[in-house]
Design a binder for this molecule. Sequence first.
Ligand SMILES: NC(=O)c1ccc[n+]([C@@H]2O[C@H](COP(=O)([O-])OP(=O)(O)OC[C@H]3O[C@@H](n4cnc5c(N)ncnc54)[C@H](O)[C@@H]3O)[C@@H](O)[C@H]2O)c1
Length: 422
Amino acid sequence: MSSESAIERSSISDITLAPAGNQAIDWARLHSPVVDGFVRETLSDGSLEGKRIALVVHLEAKTAFLATVLADAGASVVVGGSNPFSTRDDIAAALVSRGIEVHSIRESGYEAWEKDLLSIADTGPEYIIDDGAELTTRMAKHRPDLFAQLKGITEQTTTGVARLHTLHEAGRLACPAMAANDAECKHLFDNRYGTGQSTIQAMLNLTNMLMPGKRVAIIGYGWVGRGLATYVRAMGGHAVVVEFDPVKALEAFMDGHVVAPMAEALPQADFVVTATGGLRAVTSRHFGLLKPGAILANAGHHDLEVDVESLARESTEVRDVREGIEEYLWEGTKPLFVLASGALVNIAGGLGHPIEIMDLSFAVQGLGCYELVTGDYEVGVHVIPKEVDARIAAAKLAAHGIGLDEPTADQSESVDDLLGPQ
Ligand SMILES: NC(=O)c1ccc[n+]([C@@H]2O[C@H](COP(=O)([O-])OP(=O)(O)OC[C@H]3O[C@@H](n4cnc5c(N)ncnc54)[C@H](O)[C@@H]3O)[C@@H](O)[C@H]2O)c1
């Protein structure tokens, strides 16, 4: 598509922002050897030629780079953002300048965001690369005819995969889906190291505060919670973990963190970070437990993990005190601070995951989509084949100049070794 017709079809903030966005995409490319190498080569066999792909992931430079690789492989790509707070308007403009249709404007509000997602649905995609199943669920609900024609979905997040399972169990999934999140090259690195580093970075940058000595309550000790706790400790802070699942709580304990219920964790917390994948991890019954001046942030997919709606209802005053920080005067007496309006703090209030991490996650998403195009998958939720996972990891290691030995026959026991010759 020419940039003129992409401008005509798109809804973005300002096309003149494109130069800065293009620089950021080029920088992302420079540090994405797997997507720019192994993935690009795999996709270039013509299989994606003319395929209509909707890419709805947090719209920033790394996502945009994936969009360009899909377009270079011949796909007709339409792009949107998976959260109304995380879109970078310069990146959206850059994609349009490269002839890719985009529907997303930063902080345009939930209503406009929904409208943009439906505009993307109306282009009639065959494949969706989704985040949080945001486009998938809206197509299923508002565009059932187009949803029924989908040929495949790949899904980035823990929350989105859970939503796909919910649809499938209810008999409402109409095509095969690839749980990119469940690939090892995704959750082992993105959820843990990527979210861990970028969330703590964003919290400290937004507040301009110091980590050593801080008590950080981490709600949820899944992949993301583990990463958060690792980085809190690495920077001199103290993680206090809250978990429902006894096995994960025990793991947090064995990892050397304090484990406590909300009633004990919150009163001592300087920062509270949610990473549950659910709703209302911090809500009305918890606000009274927090100490005055506590800072609340969310790393999970839902904007309501920290229940900002209830907090606003129970506060006498809400005001912006610094870019990305809102102060709530809870019950007219206690100041509580919320980062990035309760949206994913590392993306809405920071630069998102490090590029090298998204190089892995987007390799999984890109190759997951390729698998759906070229493979023969039934309706249901699948994981990319183990050998594809392994090839992504090998490509990443090779980009670091690291080669591996292969096992030889004498390194494993044969039945003769075990039982003697027959
Ligand atoms: N910010 C990002 O960039 C980013 C990156 C990856 C994943 N995510 C999102 O982060 C969330 C967590 O992902 P994950 O992979 O760690 O999931 P996970 O399922 O591995 O872990 C979630 C943990 O939270 C626990 N939990 C749930 N509700 C709880 C509550 N109210 N109190 C205490 N513990 C609770 C669960 O028992 C579970 O152990 C998801 O929404 C996911 O989509 C965000």
